[in-house]
Design a protein around this ligand. Sequence first.
Ligand code: LMR
Length: 363
Amino acid sequence: MSFDIQSKDSLGGRYSRRDFLRLGGAGLAGATLLGAAGCGRGGGSDSGGGGGDGESFTIKLSHVTTEDTPKGLASQRFKELVEEKSGGRITVEVYPNSELYGDEDELQALQSGSVQMLAPSSAKFTTIAPEIQVLDLPFIFDTPEEIPQVVSEDSAVGRAVFENQALADRNMKVMGLWDNGFMQLTANREVIQPEDMQGLKVRIQPSDVIQAQMEAWGAEPTPMAFAEVYNALQQGVIGGQENTYSNIFSQNFHTAQSHMTGSAHHYLGYVLVINNEFFNGLPSELQQNVSEAANEATSYNREIALEENEEAKQQILETDIQFTELSSEQRQAFKDVVVPQVWDEYADVIGQDIIQELKERQA
Ligand code: LMR
């Protein structure tokens, strides 16, 4: 049966692909979708926590980027690893590109158990776990080679994420830190010095730290969901945005902008989280499968993030966008406006000890 989920359905209503999936679209189409009720538990004989032999489970992993990004590829790898390790007892359904849940509702969906896993960027946790904005601080890295060291599980930054109490209190268990490299700027004007940002309406993720850095450069930061950025650029609601090359290319942001600046001004990291109650309800051998798969998918993500971004950058450069890679002096001029000012401004939110450790690294 063919069912065009983008168009009018037989009930006469208009369903987006997202509505379709959320409603357990296969049900609308007269089929059955395992795990559509959102509890994550598949068929099987046992119902108690811990499960029994042979019981099967479904993990819905929702995210907002396309499949061919560092996050999309790592999610797919995670799926393959979990399904293989669990001998098929766990099925992972990956929903990319905000098609099931987007920035505005995915954390709620995780807490309520409508999905079991997510990999939102650090900024998306600002309201519930503001300390995680440590990853949004401007210029904490100068080169991508420094990333693994700074965000390792036992670094001050890593502990702020992995041992985060606010996430634990909200039934979220951190399974890994994924990576998508550095944020670059695109705009409808040339930007090569902080003054060029004056009055530029720039889309940002909902992070106070990112807002503060944009304001320090004189820009007008506009928090907005990722899925809305392309249209907002096209319609001139915003004049610029910041993102990694991979996100810029896969969302076509570069086609709606005249200029791009290689600024590498802050990091884009993801916190891979699972609904803790769901995880605790898995038999212990399946918990181990999920943890191992998360670790292996994390290593894979780190391996590909750099090259995926480099490839995306080259593809963008083949278009007629005007590109400037900031020289180290030009980049330093942007840095001087926000470091250490923004770091100090948020030291109480993030933790004085963490800021101190970051400063010592740069000294
Ligand atoms: C954004 O909102 O710009 C990013 O967090 C999207 C993503 O998940 O990479």
